[in-house]
Design a binder for this molecule. Structure first.
Ligand SMILES: [Zn+2]
Length: 322
Protein backbone atom coordinates (compact mmCIF):
# COMPACT_ATOMS: atom_id res chain seq x y z
CA UNK A 1 0.00 0.00 0.00
CA UNK A 2 0.97 3.67 -0.42
CA UNK A 3 0.94 5.44 2.95
CA UNK A 4 -0.42 8.98 3.21
CA UNK A 5 2.80 10.19 4.87
CA UNK A 6 6.21 9.08 3.53
CA UNK A 7 8.65 7.23 5.79
CA UNK A 8 10.46 9.66 8.11
CA UNK A 9 13.58 7.50 8.15
CA UNK A 10 14.18 6.39 4.55
CA UNK A 11 11.64 8.48 2.62
CA UNK A 12 10.00 5.43 0.97
CA UNK A 13 6.29 5.40 0.15
CA UNK A 14 5.90 1.68 0.34
CA UNK A 15 4.22 0.45 3.51
CA UNK A 16 2.19 -2.38 4.94
CA UNK A 17 -0.72 -2.15 7.36
CA UNK A 18 0.14 -3.18 10.93
CA UNK A 19 -3.03 -2.29 12.87
CA UNK A 20 -6.32 -0.45 12.46
CA UNK A 21 -7.15 0.19 16.11
CA UNK A 22 -5.37 1.87 19.00
CA UNK A 23 -5.10 0.45 22.52
CA UNK A 24 -8.56 1.80 23.37
CA UNK A 25 -10.19 0.12 20.37
CA UNK A 26 -10.57 3.39 18.45
CA UNK A 27 -9.63 3.67 14.74
CA UNK A 28 -5.92 4.40 14.26
CA UNK A 29 -4.14 3.38 11.06
CA UNK A 30 -0.64 2.13 11.85
CA UNK A 31 1.75 1.21 9.05
CA UNK A 32 5.29 -0.12 8.68
CA UNK A 33 7.82 0.92 6.04
CA UNK A 34 8.69 -2.01 3.76
CA UNK A 35 12.21 -0.62 3.23
CA UNK A 36 13.40 0.13 6.75
CA UNK A 37 10.85 -1.15 9.30
CA UNK A 38 9.92 2.22 10.84
CA UNK A 39 6.33 2.16 12.15
CA UNK A 40 4.04 5.20 12.23
CA UNK A 41 0.45 6.42 12.56
CA UNK A 42 -0.67 7.26 9.06
CA UNK A 43 -1.12 10.05 8.22
CA UNK A 44 1.21 11.75 10.69
CA UNK A 45 -0.60 14.81 12.12
CA UNK A 46 0.72 18.26 11.17
CA UNK A 47 2.85 20.17 13.66
CA UNK A 48 0.03 22.73 14.04
CA UNK A 49 -2.40 20.02 15.15
CA UNK A 50 0.22 18.67 17.52
CA UNK A 51 0.94 22.08 18.97
CA UNK A 52 -2.66 22.49 20.01
CA UNK A 53 -2.83 18.95 21.32
CA UNK A 54 0.35 19.28 23.37
CA UNK A 55 -0.22 22.74 24.69
CA UNK A 56 -3.64 22.00 26.13
CA UNK A 57 -4.80 18.46 26.16
CA UNK A 58 -2.03 15.96 26.16
CA UNK A 59 -1.36 15.44 29.84
CA UNK A 60 -5.03 15.74 30.71
CA UNK A 61 -5.87 12.87 28.38
CA UNK A 62 -2.78 10.88 29.11
CA UNK A 63 -2.40 11.00 32.87
CA UNK A 64 -5.70 12.47 33.99
CA UNK A 65 -4.11 15.59 35.48
CA UNK A 66 -2.74 18.84 34.09
CA UNK A 67 0.03 19.23 36.70
CA UNK A 68 2.12 16.44 38.14
CA UNK A 69 0.79 14.89 41.36
CA UNK A 70 3.22 14.04 44.21
CA UNK A 71 3.11 10.40 43.05
CA UNK A 72 4.14 11.43 39.53
CA UNK A 73 6.98 13.56 40.88
CA UNK A 74 8.18 10.71 43.08
CA UNK A 75 8.09 8.18 40.24
CA UNK A 76 9.76 10.59 37.80
CA UNK A 77 12.36 11.53 40.42
CA UNK A 78 13.33 7.88 40.99
CA UNK A 79 13.62 7.37 37.24
CA UNK A 80 15.70 10.57 36.95
CA UNK A 81 18.16 9.24 39.56
CA UNK A 82 18.53 6.01 37.52
CA UNK A 83 19.14 8.07 34.39
CA UNK A 84 21.93 9.99 36.12
CA UNK A 85 23.61 6.71 37.15
CA UNK A 86 23.33 5.45 33.57
CA UNK A 87 24.91 8.61 32.11
CA UNK A 88 27.41 9.73 34.72
CA UNK A 89 30.49 8.35 32.95
CA UNK A 90 29.73 10.59 29.98
CA UNK A 91 29.25 13.79 31.96
CA UNK A 92 31.68 16.64 32.61
CA UNK A 93 31.28 18.82 35.73
CA UNK A 94 29.05 21.82 35.11
CA UNK A 95 28.27 20.90 31.51
CA UNK A 96 25.16 22.02 29.63
CA UNK A 97 22.46 19.35 29.38
CA UNK A 98 19.22 19.94 27.48
CA UNK A 99 16.37 17.60 28.38
CA UNK A 100 13.84 17.55 25.53
CA UNK A 101 10.37 16.54 26.73
CA UNK A 102 11.29 17.39 30.31
CA UNK A 103 7.85 16.62 31.77
CA UNK A 104 7.57 18.03 35.29
CA UNK A 105 11.30 18.87 35.26
CA UNK A 106 12.45 16.22 37.74
CA UNK A 107 15.56 15.17 35.80
CA UNK A 108 16.57 18.79 35.14
CA UNK A 109 16.07 19.69 38.80
CA UNK A 110 18.22 16.81 40.08
CA UNK A 111 20.96 17.50 37.54
CA UNK A 112 21.03 21.16 38.53
CA UNK A 113 21.42 20.11 42.16
CA UNK A 114 24.61 18.37 40.98
CA UNK A 115 25.76 21.70 39.44
CA UNK A 116 25.11 20.84 35.81
CA UNK A 117 23.66 23.61 33.66
CA UNK A 118 20.54 21.58 32.85
CA UNK A 119 17.52 23.04 31.05
CA UNK A 120 14.23 21.58 29.87
CA UNK A 121 12.15 21.81 26.72
CA UNK A 122 8.47 21.06 27.21
CA UNK A 123 5.46 21.84 25.01
CA UNK A 124 2.83 21.24 27.69
CA UNK A 125 2.11 24.45 29.52
CA UNK A 126 0.93 22.94 32.82
CA UNK A 127 4.08 20.86 33.21
CA UNK A 128 6.42 23.60 31.99
CA UNK A 129 4.92 26.11 34.43
CA UNK A 130 5.09 23.61 37.27
CA UNK A 131 8.81 23.05 36.59
CA UNK A 132 9.50 26.79 36.31
CA UNK A 133 7.45 27.88 39.32
CA UNK A 134 7.59 24.99 41.78
CA UNK A 135 11.07 23.70 41.00
CA UNK A 136 12.56 27.00 39.87
CA UNK A 137 14.31 25.55 36.84
CA UNK A 138 14.76 26.93 33.30
CA UNK A 139 12.31 25.34 30.86
CA UNK A 140 11.77 26.44 27.27
CA UNK A 141 8.00 26.23 26.74
CA UNK A 142 7.45 24.95 23.21
CA UNK A 143 8.73 22.52 20.60
CA UNK A 144 12.38 21.79 19.80
CA UNK A 145 12.11 23.83 16.61
CA UNK A 146 11.15 26.94 18.64
CA UNK A 147 14.22 26.76 20.90
CA UNK A 148 17.27 28.80 19.87
CA UNK A 149 20.55 27.93 21.56
CA UNK A 150 24.09 28.95 20.60
CA UNK A 151 25.53 26.39 18.14
CA UNK A 152 27.79 23.72 19.67
CA UNK A 153 27.02 24.94 23.21
CA UNK A 154 25.73 21.69 24.78
CA UNK A 155 27.51 18.63 26.06
CA UNK A 156 24.44 16.39 26.12
CA UNK A 157 20.88 16.31 24.82
CA UNK A 158 18.48 13.81 26.37
CA UNK A 159 15.14 12.85 24.79
CA UNK A 160 13.31 10.43 27.09
CA UNK A 161 9.96 9.18 25.83
CA UNK A 162 9.41 12.20 23.63
CA UNK A 163 10.77 11.42 20.14
CA UNK A 164 7.87 9.04 19.42
CA UNK A 165 5.44 11.93 19.93
CA UNK A 166 7.03 14.26 17.37
CA UNK A 167 5.87 14.91 13.80
CA UNK A 168 9.37 14.51 12.33
CA UNK A 169 11.99 12.66 14.40
CA UNK A 170 14.57 13.26 11.63
CA UNK A 171 14.12 17.04 11.79
CA UNK A 172 14.24 17.03 15.58
CA UNK A 173 17.57 15.18 15.64
CA UNK A 174 19.01 17.46 12.95
CA UNK A 175 17.95 20.45 15.03
CA UNK A 176 19.39 19.25 18.36
CA UNK A 177 22.61 18.28 16.56
CA UNK A 178 23.30 21.97 16.04
CA UNK A 179 23.16 22.55 19.81
CA UNK A 180 25.77 19.88 20.53
CA UNK A 181 29.52 20.36 20.72
CA UNK A 182 31.67 18.05 18.53
CA UNK A 183 31.46 14.52 20.02
CA UNK A 184 28.63 15.73 22.27
CA UNK A 185 26.17 13.10 23.47
CA UNK A 186 22.62 12.41 22.38
CA UNK A 187 20.54 10.08 24.57
CA UNK A 188 17.20 8.76 23.31
CA UNK A 189 14.75 6.49 25.07
CA UNK A 190 11.62 5.28 23.27
CA UNK A 191 9.17 2.38 23.64
CA UNK A 192 10.33 -0.73 21.79
CA UNK A 193 7.91 -1.80 19.05
CA UNK A 194 9.18 -5.36 19.56
CA UNK A 195 8.10 -5.38 23.23
CA UNK A 196 5.99 -8.31 24.33
CA UNK A 197 5.55 -7.29 27.99
CA UNK A 198 2.22 -5.57 27.31
CA UNK A 199 -1.01 -7.06 25.96
CA UNK A 200 -0.92 -7.33 22.11
CA UNK A 201 -3.80 -4.85 21.79
CA UNK A 202 -1.88 -2.27 23.82
CA UNK A 203 0.95 -1.80 21.36
CA UNK A 204 -0.32 1.33 19.60
CA UNK A 205 -1.13 4.58 21.30
CA UNK A 206 -2.69 7.63 19.62
CA UNK A 207 -0.05 9.97 21.06
CA UNK A 208 2.82 7.78 19.83
CA UNK A 209 3.23 8.82 16.20
CA UNK A 210 6.27 6.58 15.62
CA UNK A 211 7.40 3.20 16.90
CA UNK A 212 11.01 2.06 16.70
CA UNK A 213 13.00 -1.10 17.14
CA UNK A 214 16.71 -0.89 18.00
CA UNK A 215 17.75 -1.07 14.32
CA UNK A 216 15.49 1.73 13.11
CA UNK A 217 16.40 3.98 16.06
CA UNK A 218 20.13 3.49 15.45
CA UNK A 219 19.78 4.13 11.74
CA UNK A 220 17.82 7.34 12.40
CA UNK A 221 20.72 8.55 14.55
CA UNK A 222 23.28 7.61 11.90
CA UNK A 223 21.29 9.38 9.18
CA UNK A 224 21.16 12.60 11.19
CA UNK A 225 24.88 12.75 12.02
CA UNK A 226 25.45 10.58 15.08
CA UNK A 227 27.54 7.51 15.76
CA UNK A 228 25.80 4.85 17.92
CA UNK A 229 27.73 4.41 21.17
CA UNK A 230 25.54 1.88 22.96
CA UNK A 231 21.97 0.59 22.86
CA UNK A 232 20.24 -1.04 25.84
CA UNK A 233 16.85 -2.64 26.36
CA UNK A 234 15.00 -2.29 29.67
CA UNK A 235 14.77 -5.58 31.66
CA UNK A 236 11.20 -6.19 30.42
CA UNK A 237 12.18 -5.32 26.83
CA UNK A 238 9.65 -2.48 26.77
CA UNK A 239 12.06 0.42 26.20
CA UNK A 240 15.13 1.10 24.07
CA UNK A 241 17.78 3.51 25.36
CA UNK A 242 20.33 4.52 22.75
CA UNK A 243 23.36 6.74 23.28
CA UNK A 244 24.94 8.46 20.28
CA UNK A 245 27.97 10.70 19.80
CA UNK A 246 27.77 13.63 17.38
CA UNK A 247 29.86 12.63 14.41
CA UNK A 248 29.27 13.00 10.70
CA UNK A 249 29.21 9.53 9.17
CA UNK A 250 28.83 10.79 5.61
CA UNK A 251 26.17 9.35 3.38
CA UNK A 252 24.24 6.58 5.13
CA UNK A 253 22.06 3.95 3.52
CA UNK A 254 18.70 4.43 5.22
CA UNK A 255 17.03 1.22 4.07
CA UNK A 256 17.36 -1.70 6.49
CA UNK A 257 16.89 -4.97 4.58
CA UNK A 258 14.86 -7.52 6.56
CA UNK A 259 13.84 -5.15 9.34
CA UNK A 260 10.19 -4.85 8.26
CA UNK A 261 9.87 -8.65 8.17
CA UNK A 262 11.56 -8.91 11.56
CA UNK A 263 9.22 -6.41 13.26
CA UNK A 264 6.12 -7.93 11.62
CA UNK A 265 7.27 -11.38 12.77
CA UNK A 266 7.54 -10.24 16.40
CA UNK A 267 4.12 -8.57 16.27
CA UNK A 268 2.45 -11.58 14.60
CA UNK A 269 3.91 -14.06 17.07
CA UNK A 270 2.78 -11.96 20.02
CA UNK A 271 -0.78 -13.29 20.20
CA UNK A 272 -3.19 -13.01 23.13
CA UNK A 273 -2.82 -16.72 23.73
CA UNK A 274 0.96 -16.47 24.01
CA UNK A 275 0.66 -13.35 26.11
CA UNK A 276 -1.54 -15.07 28.69
CA UNK A 277 0.74 -18.08 28.67
CA UNK A 278 3.67 -15.81 29.71
CA UNK A 279 4.17 -14.36 33.18
CA UNK A 280 3.74 -10.73 32.01
CA UNK A 281 -0.06 -10.34 32.40
CA UNK A 282 0.17 -11.54 36.00
CA UNK A 283 3.40 -9.98 37.19
CA UNK A 284 2.93 -6.58 35.57
CA UNK A 285 -0.31 -5.43 37.30
CA UNK A 286 1.05 -6.68 40.61
CA UNK A 287 4.29 -4.74 40.16
CA UNK A 288 2.28 -1.66 39.21
CA UNK A 289 0.07 -1.98 42.29
CA UNK A 290 3.10 -2.42 44.51
CA UNK A 291 4.65 0.64 42.90
CA UNK A 292 1.53 2.76 43.47
CA UNK A 293 1.28 1.73 47.13
CA UNK A 294 4.95 2.51 47.65
CA UNK A 295 4.48 5.92 46.02
CA UNK A 296 1.52 6.75 48.29
CA UNK A 297 3.55 5.73 51.30
CA UNK A 298 6.72 7.54 50.24
CA UNK A 299 5.03 10.82 49.30
CA UNK A 300 2.82 11.22 52.37
CA UNK A 301 5.39 13.16 54.40
CA UNK A 302 6.30 15.79 51.84
CA UNK A 303 4.70 19.18 51.33
CA UNK A 304 6.13 19.94 47.88
CA UNK A 305 7.64 18.32 44.83
CA UNK A 306 10.92 20.02 45.65
CA UNK A 307 11.08 18.39 49.10
CA UNK A 308 10.32 15.04 47.51
CA UNK A 309 13.09 15.42 44.94
CA UNK A 310 15.55 16.60 47.58
CA UNK A 311 14.80 13.46 49.59
CA UNK A 312 15.44 11.28 46.53
CA UNK A 313 18.62 13.22 45.89
CA UNK A 314 20.00 12.73 49.39
CA UNK A 315 19.22 9.00 49.31
CA UNK A 316 20.18 8.10 45.76
CA UNK A 317 22.61 10.67 44.36
CA UNK A 318 26.11 11.75 45.35
CA UNK A 319 26.53 15.05 47.21
CA UNK A 320 28.87 16.33 44.47
CA UNK A 321 29.81 15.51 40.90
CA UNK A 322 32.31 14.01 40.29
ZN1 LIG B 1 11.48 3.60 5.71
Amino acid sequence: MTPRSPCNLCGAREAQEVARLDRHGKPLATVICRKCGLVWSDPVPTEETLKKFYAEEYRLQYKGVSRPTPEHVYRAGKVAAQRFRHLKKLLKPGSVIIDVGSGGGEFVYLMRRLDFDAQGVQPHEGYARYAQEELGIPVHLGFVRDVRLPPASCHMVTIYHALEHMASPSEVLEHVREWLEPRGWLVIEVPNVEATCQSPGHRFHRAHLYSFNPASLRRLGEKTGFRPHRTDLSPDGGNITAIFAKENLGSIRTEIPGNCERVMGVIRRHTLLRHFASSHPYARPLRKLQGRLQEKWATRRFGSGKELLDAIRSRELPAHFP
